[in-house]
Design a protein around this ligand. Structure first.
Ligand code: GLU
Length: 375
Protein backbone atom coordinates (compact mmCIF):
# COMPACT_ATOMS: atom_id res chain seq x y z
CA UNK A 1 0.00 0.00 0.00
CA UNK A 2 1.56 3.26 -1.06
CA UNK A 3 -1.03 5.93 -0.42
CA UNK A 4 -4.72 5.98 0.12
CA UNK A 5 -6.25 8.61 -2.15
CA UNK A 6 -8.94 7.10 -4.32
CA UNK A 7 -8.04 6.94 -8.00
CA UNK A 8 -11.27 7.81 -9.72
CA UNK A 9 -9.96 9.60 -12.77
CA UNK A 10 -6.97 8.07 -14.45
CA UNK A 11 -4.81 9.16 -17.36
CA UNK A 12 -2.83 6.29 -18.88
CA UNK A 13 0.03 7.15 -21.19
CA UNK A 14 1.00 4.44 -23.65
CA UNK A 15 4.34 5.11 -25.28
CA UNK A 16 5.50 3.88 -28.65
CA UNK A 17 7.93 1.41 -27.03
CA UNK A 18 5.03 -0.10 -25.11
CA UNK A 19 2.70 -0.28 -28.08
CA UNK A 20 5.30 -1.78 -30.41
CA UNK A 21 7.08 -4.03 -27.90
CA UNK A 22 10.24 -2.31 -29.08
CA UNK A 23 9.75 -3.19 -32.75
CA UNK A 24 9.06 -0.82 -35.65
CA UNK A 25 5.37 -1.73 -35.77
CA UNK A 26 2.37 -1.81 -33.44
CA UNK A 27 1.94 -5.00 -31.46
CA UNK A 28 -1.65 -6.24 -31.47
CA UNK A 29 -1.09 -8.74 -28.62
CA UNK A 30 0.28 -5.93 -26.45
CA UNK A 31 -2.69 -3.72 -27.26
CA UNK A 32 -5.10 -6.57 -26.54
CA UNK A 33 -3.48 -7.16 -23.17
CA UNK A 34 -3.54 -3.50 -22.13
CA UNK A 35 -7.09 -2.95 -23.36
CA UNK A 36 -8.28 -5.94 -21.36
CA UNK A 37 -6.87 -4.38 -18.19
CA UNK A 38 -8.07 -0.88 -19.02
CA UNK A 39 -11.59 -2.14 -19.77
CA UNK A 40 -11.63 -3.94 -16.45
CA UNK A 41 -10.86 -0.80 -14.47
CA UNK A 42 -13.23 1.26 -16.62
CA UNK A 43 -15.99 -1.11 -15.52
CA UNK A 44 -15.20 -0.24 -11.94
CA UNK A 45 -16.63 3.23 -12.50
CA UNK A 46 -13.33 4.89 -13.21
CA UNK A 47 -12.89 7.70 -15.70
CA UNK A 48 -10.16 6.68 -18.12
CA UNK A 49 -8.32 8.90 -20.57
CA UNK A 50 -5.60 7.41 -22.73
CA UNK A 51 -2.72 9.37 -24.15
CA UNK A 52 -1.45 7.17 -26.91
CA UNK A 53 1.54 7.40 -29.17
CA UNK A 54 1.92 5.02 -32.05
CA UNK A 55 0.57 7.10 -34.92
CA UNK A 56 3.94 7.23 -36.62
CA UNK A 57 4.55 3.55 -35.94
CA UNK A 58 1.22 2.70 -37.55
CA UNK A 59 2.06 4.96 -40.49
CA UNK A 60 5.43 3.29 -40.97
CA UNK A 61 3.76 -0.04 -40.96
CA UNK A 62 1.18 1.03 -43.54
CA UNK A 63 3.69 2.63 -45.89
CA UNK A 64 6.48 0.19 -45.22
CA UNK A 65 8.93 2.73 -43.80
CA UNK A 66 11.36 0.70 -41.72
CA UNK A 67 13.39 3.71 -40.61
CA UNK A 68 11.90 6.80 -39.02
CA UNK A 69 12.64 9.84 -41.18
CA UNK A 70 14.23 12.87 -39.49
CA UNK A 71 12.34 15.66 -41.25
CA UNK A 72 9.21 16.94 -39.58
CA UNK A 73 6.98 16.89 -42.71
CA UNK A 74 7.83 13.22 -43.29
CA UNK A 75 7.01 12.41 -39.67
CA UNK A 76 3.79 14.38 -39.95
CA UNK A 77 2.93 12.48 -43.09
CA UNK A 78 3.45 9.16 -41.28
CA UNK A 79 1.36 10.30 -38.34
CA UNK A 80 -1.42 11.38 -40.70
CA UNK A 81 -1.44 7.93 -42.26
CA UNK A 82 -1.11 6.12 -38.95
CA UNK A 83 -3.46 8.01 -36.63
CA UNK A 84 -6.72 6.72 -38.15
CA UNK A 85 -5.28 3.20 -38.27
CA UNK A 86 -4.34 3.46 -34.62
CA UNK A 87 -7.82 4.68 -33.74
CA UNK A 88 -9.44 1.90 -35.74
CA UNK A 89 -7.45 -0.64 -33.77
CA UNK A 90 -8.47 0.93 -30.47
CA UNK A 91 -12.11 1.16 -31.53
CA UNK A 92 -12.18 -2.51 -32.55
CA UNK A 93 -10.45 -3.79 -29.45
CA UNK A 94 -12.43 -1.70 -26.96
CA UNK A 95 -15.63 -2.77 -28.77
CA UNK A 96 -14.90 -6.32 -27.59
CA UNK A 97 -15.68 -4.95 -24.13
CA UNK A 98 -18.61 -2.84 -25.33
CA UNK A 99 -16.65 0.33 -24.84
CA UNK A 100 -16.52 3.32 -27.14
CA UNK A 101 -13.56 5.55 -27.85
CA UNK A 102 -13.06 9.09 -29.13
CA UNK A 103 -10.10 10.73 -30.80
CA UNK A 104 -8.80 13.95 -29.24
CA UNK A 105 -5.87 15.61 -31.02
CA UNK A 106 -4.18 18.50 -29.26
CA UNK A 107 -1.17 20.75 -29.64
CA UNK A 108 0.59 22.85 -27.03
CA UNK A 109 -1.09 25.93 -28.43
CA UNK A 110 -4.50 24.42 -27.63
CA UNK A 111 -3.49 23.96 -24.02
CA UNK A 112 -1.88 27.35 -23.56
CA UNK A 113 -4.79 29.34 -24.91
CA UNK A 114 -7.37 29.56 -22.15
CA UNK A 115 -10.31 29.45 -24.48
CA UNK A 116 -9.25 26.29 -26.28
CA UNK A 117 -8.03 24.87 -22.96
CA UNK A 118 -11.54 25.25 -21.57
CA UNK A 119 -13.10 23.89 -24.73
CA UNK A 120 -10.84 20.85 -24.65
CA UNK A 121 -11.68 20.32 -21.00
CA UNK A 122 -15.40 20.62 -21.63
CA UNK A 123 -15.20 18.13 -24.49
CA UNK A 124 -13.23 15.65 -22.39
CA UNK A 125 -15.73 16.05 -19.53
CA UNK A 126 -18.62 15.46 -21.93
CA UNK A 127 -16.96 12.31 -23.26
CA UNK A 128 -16.31 10.98 -19.76
CA UNK A 129 -19.88 11.75 -18.82
CA UNK A 130 -20.95 9.45 -21.68
CA UNK A 131 -18.46 6.80 -20.47
CA UNK A 132 -16.52 7.12 -23.72
CA UNK A 133 -12.74 6.65 -23.49
CA UNK A 134 -10.95 9.67 -24.96
CA UNK A 135 -7.73 8.74 -26.74
CA UNK A 136 -5.46 11.74 -26.90
CA UNK A 137 -2.45 12.26 -29.13
CA UNK A 138 -0.58 15.28 -30.34
CA UNK A 139 -2.11 16.71 -33.51
CA UNK A 140 1.07 15.80 -35.34
CA UNK A 141 -0.04 16.86 -38.79
CA UNK A 142 -0.37 20.52 -37.78
CA UNK A 143 2.05 20.66 -34.87
CA UNK A 144 5.07 22.59 -36.07
CA UNK A 145 8.04 23.14 -33.74
CA UNK A 146 6.57 26.33 -32.21
CA UNK A 147 3.25 24.88 -31.17
CA UNK A 148 3.94 21.27 -30.37
CA UNK A 149 4.36 19.67 -26.98
CA UNK A 150 6.89 17.43 -28.70
CA UNK A 151 6.53 14.32 -26.59
CA UNK A 152 3.59 12.43 -25.20
CA UNK A 153 5.03 12.28 -21.67
CA UNK A 154 4.60 16.01 -21.30
CA UNK A 155 1.32 15.89 -23.20
CA UNK A 156 -0.01 13.28 -20.76
CA UNK A 157 0.81 15.44 -17.75
CA UNK A 158 -0.91 18.43 -19.34
CA UNK A 159 -3.95 16.27 -19.98
CA UNK A 160 -3.82 15.05 -16.37
CA UNK A 161 -3.76 18.68 -15.30
CA UNK A 162 -6.57 19.56 -17.67
CA UNK A 163 -8.95 16.89 -16.36
CA UNK A 164 -7.63 17.04 -12.77
CA UNK A 165 -6.72 13.38 -12.81
CA UNK A 166 -6.08 11.52 -9.57
CA UNK A 167 -3.56 9.24 -11.23
CA UNK A 168 -1.25 9.52 -14.22
CA UNK A 169 0.15 6.14 -15.18
CA UNK A 170 2.99 6.33 -17.69
CA UNK A 171 3.70 2.95 -19.20
CA UNK A 172 7.11 2.52 -20.73
CA UNK A 173 9.77 -0.10 -21.46
CA UNK A 174 11.59 0.41 -18.13
CA UNK A 175 10.32 -0.80 -14.76
CA UNK A 176 10.55 2.73 -13.35
CA UNK A 177 12.96 5.58 -12.65
CA UNK A 178 16.51 4.67 -11.59
CA UNK A 179 19.30 6.34 -9.62
CA UNK A 180 21.40 6.14 -12.79
CA UNK A 181 20.97 4.78 -16.28
CA UNK A 182 20.43 1.01 -15.79
CA UNK A 183 21.56 0.39 -19.38
CA UNK A 184 25.08 1.57 -18.53
CA UNK A 185 25.51 1.23 -14.77
CA UNK A 186 24.79 -2.13 -13.16
CA UNK A 187 24.59 -0.52 -9.70
CA UNK A 188 21.54 1.52 -10.75
CA UNK A 189 18.74 1.19 -8.20
CA UNK A 190 15.09 1.63 -9.01
CA UNK A 191 13.44 4.44 -7.06
CA UNK A 192 10.25 3.26 -5.38
CA UNK A 193 8.72 6.53 -4.36
CA UNK A 194 9.33 10.25 -4.52
CA UNK A 195 7.48 12.17 -1.86
CA UNK A 196 9.72 15.19 -1.30
CA UNK A 197 8.26 18.56 -2.40
CA UNK A 198 10.81 18.72 -5.25
CA UNK A 199 12.18 15.88 -7.34
CA UNK A 200 15.80 15.62 -6.08
CA UNK A 201 18.41 17.16 -8.36
CA UNK A 202 20.46 13.95 -8.54
CA UNK A 203 17.47 12.18 -10.06
CA UNK A 204 17.15 14.86 -12.74
CA UNK A 205 20.86 14.46 -13.43
CA UNK A 206 20.60 10.67 -13.63
CA UNK A 207 17.82 11.06 -16.17
CA UNK A 208 20.15 12.99 -18.41
CA UNK A 209 19.80 16.64 -17.51
CA UNK A 210 18.84 19.11 -14.83
CA UNK A 211 15.34 20.37 -14.41
CA UNK A 212 16.32 23.52 -16.28
CA UNK A 213 18.05 21.95 -19.27
CA UNK A 214 15.89 20.30 -21.87
CA UNK A 215 16.67 16.63 -22.30
CA UNK A 216 15.87 14.36 -25.16
CA UNK A 217 13.03 12.05 -24.35
CA UNK A 218 13.21 8.90 -22.29
CA UNK A 219 13.34 9.19 -18.53
CA UNK A 220 13.95 12.91 -18.59
CA UNK A 221 10.60 13.76 -20.16
CA UNK A 222 8.99 11.30 -17.72
CA UNK A 223 10.42 13.34 -14.86
CA UNK A 224 9.29 16.61 -16.42
CA UNK A 225 5.82 15.17 -16.83
CA UNK A 226 5.74 13.73 -13.30
CA UNK A 227 6.94 17.04 -11.91
CA UNK A 228 4.12 18.99 -13.54
CA UNK A 229 1.38 16.49 -12.79
CA UNK A 230 2.22 16.06 -9.10
CA UNK A 231 2.23 19.83 -8.64
CA UNK A 232 -1.30 19.71 -9.94
CA UNK A 233 -2.22 17.22 -7.24
CA UNK A 234 -1.97 14.04 -9.34
CA UNK A 235 -0.22 10.86 -8.22
CA UNK A 236 2.15 9.71 -10.96
CA UNK A 237 3.41 6.19 -11.59
CA UNK A 238 6.06 5.24 -14.13
CA UNK A 239 5.95 1.49 -14.77
CA UNK A 240 6.74 -1.11 -17.40
CA UNK A 241 3.92 -1.77 -19.83
CA UNK A 242 4.98 -5.36 -20.44
CA UNK A 243 4.79 -6.42 -16.76
CA UNK A 244 1.87 -8.82 -16.34
CA UNK A 245 -1.32 -7.07 -15.21
CA UNK A 246 0.60 -3.86 -14.63
CA UNK A 247 -2.45 -1.58 -14.81
CA UNK A 248 -4.33 -3.72 -12.31
CA UNK A 249 -1.30 -3.87 -10.02
CA UNK A 250 -0.98 -0.10 -9.96
CA UNK A 251 -4.69 0.24 -9.24
CA UNK A 252 -4.20 -2.11 -6.29
CA UNK A 253 -1.30 0.07 -5.20
CA UNK A 254 1.11 -2.84 -5.37
CA UNK A 255 4.71 -1.80 -4.98
CA UNK A 256 5.65 -1.70 -8.61
CA UNK A 257 7.16 1.05 -10.76
CA UNK A 258 8.16 4.46 -9.41
CA UNK A 259 5.52 6.44 -7.55
CA UNK A 260 5.48 10.21 -7.33
CA UNK A 261 3.16 11.46 -4.63
CA UNK A 262 1.30 14.72 -5.21
CA UNK A 263 3.26 17.79 -4.15
CA UNK A 264 0.49 19.77 -2.48
CA UNK A 265 -3.20 18.96 -2.74
CA UNK A 266 -5.29 19.68 -5.81
CA UNK A 267 -6.76 22.67 -4.09
CA UNK A 268 -3.40 24.20 -3.30
CA UNK A 269 -1.90 23.73 -6.73
CA UNK A 270 -5.01 24.91 -8.52
CA UNK A 271 -4.98 27.98 -6.33
CA UNK A 272 -1.40 28.61 -7.32
CA UNK A 273 -2.31 28.11 -10.92
CA UNK A 274 -5.22 30.53 -10.90
CA UNK A 275 -3.31 33.07 -8.87
CA UNK A 276 -0.45 32.86 -11.34
CA UNK A 277 -2.53 33.06 -14.50
CA UNK A 278 -1.99 36.47 -16.00
CA UNK A 279 -4.11 39.37 -17.09
CA UNK A 280 -5.47 40.09 -13.63
CA UNK A 281 -5.75 43.75 -14.43
CA UNK A 282 -7.96 43.27 -17.44
CA UNK A 283 -11.23 43.02 -15.65
CA UNK A 284 -13.31 42.45 -12.59
CA UNK A 285 -16.85 41.72 -11.61
CA UNK A 286 -18.83 42.84 -8.60
CA UNK A 287 -21.09 40.30 -6.97
CA UNK A 288 -23.89 40.67 -4.43
CA UNK A 289 -23.78 39.55 -0.81
CA UNK A 290 -25.70 36.34 -1.49
CA UNK A 291 -23.11 35.30 -4.06
CA UNK A 292 -20.27 36.17 -1.65
CA UNK A 293 -21.80 33.80 0.90
CA UNK A 294 -22.31 31.12 -1.77
CA UNK A 295 -18.70 31.40 -2.95
CA UNK A 296 -17.33 31.28 0.59
CA UNK A 297 -19.26 28.10 1.26
CA UNK A 298 -17.85 26.36 -1.82
CA UNK A 299 -20.46 27.26 -4.45
CA UNK A 300 -19.95 28.39 -8.03
CA UNK A 301 -20.64 31.90 -9.26
CA UNK A 302 -23.88 32.13 -11.22
CA UNK A 303 -24.95 35.09 -13.38
CA UNK A 304 -27.78 35.87 -10.98
CA UNK A 305 -25.22 36.87 -8.34
CA UNK A 306 -23.26 39.19 -10.64
CA UNK A 307 -24.02 42.85 -10.09
CA UNK A 308 -21.59 44.65 -12.39
CA UNK A 309 -18.86 43.99 -14.96
CA UNK A 310 -15.78 46.22 -15.30
CA UNK A 311 -13.01 46.20 -17.86
CA UNK A 312 -12.49 43.81 -20.71
CA UNK A 313 -11.73 40.13 -20.58
CA UNK A 314 -12.12 37.02 -22.65
CA UNK A 315 -13.65 33.68 -21.78
CA UNK A 316 -11.00 31.77 -19.83
CA UNK A 317 -9.24 34.83 -18.41
CA UNK A 318 -8.51 35.06 -14.72
CA UNK A 319 -10.55 37.94 -13.31
CA UNK A 320 -11.04 39.64 -9.95
CA UNK A 321 -14.23 39.22 -8.04
CA UNK A 322 -15.26 42.07 -5.74
CA UNK A 323 -17.95 42.44 -3.15
CA UNK A 324 -20.34 45.40 -3.15
CA UNK A 325 -17.77 47.45 -1.19
CA UNK A 326 -15.22 47.01 -3.96
CA UNK A 327 -13.08 44.64 -1.92
CA UNK A 328 -11.48 41.82 -3.90
CA UNK A 329 -12.69 38.58 -2.38
CA UNK A 330 -11.77 36.01 -5.00
CA UNK A 331 -10.20 35.33 -8.36
CA UNK A 332 -11.33 32.89 -10.94
CA UNK A 333 -11.37 31.81 -14.54
CA UNK A 334 -14.45 33.12 -16.27
CA UNK A 335 -16.56 31.06 -18.63
CA UNK A 336 -17.92 34.22 -20.29
CA UNK A 337 -16.25 37.28 -21.78
CA UNK A 338 -17.06 40.78 -20.47
CA UNK A 339 -19.50 41.53 -23.30
CA UNK A 340 -21.28 38.19 -22.94
CA UNK A 341 -21.47 38.66 -19.18
CA UNK A 342 -22.99 42.13 -19.54
CA UNK A 343 -25.90 40.53 -21.35
CA UNK A 344 -26.57 37.94 -18.67
CA UNK A 345 -25.82 39.80 -15.39
CA UNK A 346 -28.46 39.30 -12.76
CA UNK A 347 -30.37 36.69 -14.72
CA UNK A 348 -31.12 33.10 -13.90
CA UNK A 349 -28.84 30.56 -15.58
CA UNK A 350 -31.66 28.99 -17.56
CA UNK A 351 -31.98 32.25 -19.53
CA UNK A 352 -28.35 32.21 -20.70
CA UNK A 353 -29.00 30.40 -23.94
CA UNK A 354 -32.03 32.52 -24.77
CA UNK A 355 -30.08 35.75 -24.19
CA UNK A 356 -26.80 34.80 -25.85
CA UNK A 357 -27.97 32.23 -28.35
CA UNK A 358 -25.57 29.71 -26.77
CA UNK A 359 -24.34 28.66 -23.36
CA UNK A 360 -20.99 27.69 -21.90
CA UNK A 361 -22.75 26.32 -18.85
CA UNK A 362 -24.73 27.60 -15.88
CA UNK A 363 -21.75 29.01 -14.03
CA UNK A 364 -19.96 32.23 -14.74
CA UNK A 365 -17.11 30.74 -12.73
CA UNK A 366 -17.15 27.13 -11.68
CA UNK A 367 -16.07 26.57 -8.08
CA UNK A 368 -13.12 24.45 -9.31
CA UNK A 369 -11.88 27.57 -11.11
CA UNK A 370 -12.20 29.86 -8.09
CA UNK A 371 -9.71 30.95 -5.50
CA UNK A 372 -11.25 32.57 -2.44
CA UNK A 373 -8.86 35.13 -1.01
CA UNK A 374 -8.28 35.11 2.72
CA UNK A 375 -9.52 37.82 5.03
N1 GLU B 1 2.63 11.66 -31.34
C1 GLU B 1 3.61 10.67 -31.69
C2 GLU B 1 2.96 9.45 -32.32
O1 GLU B 1 1.81 9.18 -32.11
C3 GLU B 1 4.39 10.18 -30.49
C4 GLU B 1 5.08 11.19 -29.63
C5 GLU B 1 5.69 10.53 -28.38
O2 GLU B 1 5.56 9.33 -28.23
O3 GLU B 1 6.24 11.20 -27.52
O4 GLU B 1 3.55 8.71 -33.03
Amino acid sequence: MINQTEFRRIVIKLGTSTLTEGTAFLSSPRLVDLIRQISYIHNQHKDIILVSSGAMAAGREALNFPTLPKQLPAKQMLAAVGQPRLMTLYAQLFALYNLKVAQVLLTRADLENRRSYLNARNTLEALLEQRVIPIVNENDTVATEEIRVGDNDNLSSQVANLVEADLLLMLTDQPGIFTSDPKISPEAIQIKQIDSPEIPEEIWKAAGGTNTILGTGGMFTKLQAADLARRGGTTVVVARGSDPDIVLKVMRRDETGTWFLPAGGIQESRKRYILMTGRYDTGSITIDQGAVVALRSGGSLLPVGVHAVDGEFERGDAIKIRDMNGKEIARGLTNYSHDQLKVIVGTHSNHIEELLGFSYGDEVIHHNDLVILNG
